[in-house]
Design a protein around this ligand. Structure first.
Ligand code: AMP
Length: 122
């Protein structure tokens, strides 16, 4: 159970309920992977849990071990399906205000298909 308040109307909750479409790449009982609507690289995927978790902190504290394992596996599977496993890719998750998280449902970004560059441009 989440301590942070989960917004049931966030865009990824609406995707999970089938209210709005997504460009799906992969799905399992606990996860969904789809292409980012505003890609920042040739490959830009999002992987989300199906459970209602606000962010990584919430997921780490409150998701079941089964959900957590499924999420880790889904990320690896997505990189393979997208064909970036051999060339390399970046995994990142934005968390909260300082992390610049825009959608309050846990998601990780998978970026690849070209050199992604340094982690942070100053
Ligand atoms: P973040 O700043 O980590 O919360 O990033 C949220 C990401 O969700 C952004 O990269 C958006 O482009 C992406 N996004 C927002 N709405 C959609 C949507 N309907 N389908 C796919 N990606 C979306």
């Amino acid at each position: 159970m989440s301590v942070k308040t989960y917004d049931e109307d966030n865009i990824f909750a609406r995707i999970l309920r089938g209210e709005i479409p997504c460009d799906k790449l992969d799905e399992c009982e606990h996860t969904l992977c789809f292409r980012d609507i505003n890609p920042q690289a040739p490959v830009h995927l999002l992987v989300i849990p199906k459970g209602a978790f606000v962010d990584w902190d919430d997921f780490a504290a409150h998701a079941s071990a089964t959900e957590q394992a499924a999420f880790v596996r889904a990320v690896g599977r997505a990189a393979k399906l997208a064909g970036v496993d051999a060339s390399g890719w970046r995994l990142l998750s934005n968390i909260g205000a300082h992390g610049h998280q825009e959608v309050p449902h846990l998601h990780v970004h998978i970026l690849g298909g070209e050199p992604i560059g340094p982690l942070r441009a100053r």
